[in-house]
Design a protein around this ligand. Structure first.
Ligand code: AMP
Length: 272
């Protein structure tokens, strides 16, 4: 794997490279990230990844400062997975960067609790897309809203990029793998899987789906010590709140804090 210590370094060699599949990350890599590299490898393109903790998408300064950093281990994992190129953008990535205003969909779900978050995400991705010029990009559907906004962005800007959405990789106890999981206390690690169990429970009981039912599930999570940002049932494209499971698949999405660690998860439940 070739490592580039700035976007400029990569930019100077990119004209010699074949088609690329791109997996952006913020590092502290786990099997979820590894699965995205596996998917990218299957495209027949060379695979490029980035590790960059994007300050623009953090509205909580402590969350940014505490974001786990494990560069040596990350390099080892990417190399083992057969990633061909790793770019480690230096702070000059922000120089004269064009700010992107995310569309209205960005103000729902996570965006309602993290103002400006998706503007920051799209601003950095737009810059990375410009420099890397990928043929394909792979994003995890654990960050469902992010996946949707990037998909819409590519479509709106008529970028010539294929986007692949990857399924969420979980622990055996159901907890979605996340870089933030290592910040959980031992006790909270036993509580955190309740998020996914609750989503599965909602799926099993989908004939009863309505706002009161979700409120009981949200209260259930609170009884375990979760501070719930949202637990919502919504349209899988518009993210508008919806309970119409007769005609459409629905996205059940949750974000909750446990001991100061923000966790998200979701499940698409199929129509009746
Ligand atoms: P991050 O490093 O958190 O910015 O994530 C980088 C990419 O990995 C994003 O596309 C995430 O959606 C994806 N990702 C994170 N966790 C998982 C997981 N548990 N399963 C699949 N993809 C994931």
């Amino acid at each position: 794997m070739i490592i580039y210590n700035s976007l400029e370094e990569f930019n100077s060699v990119k004209h010699n490279l074949p088609k690329l599949s791109f997996v952006p990350t913020m590092g502290n890599l786990h099997e979820g990230h590894a699965s995205l590299i596996d998917i990218a490898k299957k495209t027949d393109n060379e695979v490029v990844s980035t590790i960059y903790v994007n300050s623009l998408q953090f509205n909580d300064k402590n969350d940014f400062i505490n974001y786990p950093k494990t560069l040596d281990m990350d390099i080892e994992l990417l190399d083992k997975k057969g990633c061909n190129h790793l770019i480690l953008p230096d702070p000059s990535i922000l120089d004269n960067i064009k700010s992107i205003k995310a569309p209205i969909k960005s103000t729902k779900l996570c965006g309602a609790h993290r103002p400006g978050h998706f503007d920051g995400v799209l601003t950095i991705l737009n810059r990375l897309f410009e420099i890397i010029n990928p043929h394909t990009v792979v994003f995890g559907k654990k960050d469902y809203q992010q996946f949707l906004l990037v998909k819409d962005f590519i479509y709106e800007k008529k970028l010539n990029i294929n986007i692949i959405g990857a399924n969420t990789i979980r622990n055996t106890n159901g907890l979605a793998l996340s870089s933030r999981n290592i910040l959980l206390t031992e006790k909270d690690k036993t509580i955190a899987p309740t998020l996914y169990k609750t989503l599965k429970d909602i799926e099993i009981n989908k004939v009863y789906l309505n706002s009161e039912y979700l409120k009981t599930k949200s209260d259930y999570l609170k009884s375990f010590g979760f501070k719930v940002d949202y637990l919502i049932s919504c349209d899988t494209e518009s993210l508008e709140e919806s309970y119409n499971i007769n005609n459409n698949d629905l996205l059940i999405a949750v974000a909750a804090h446990l001991g100061g660690v923000r966790l998200i998860d979701n499940l698409v439940i199929s129509k009746l």
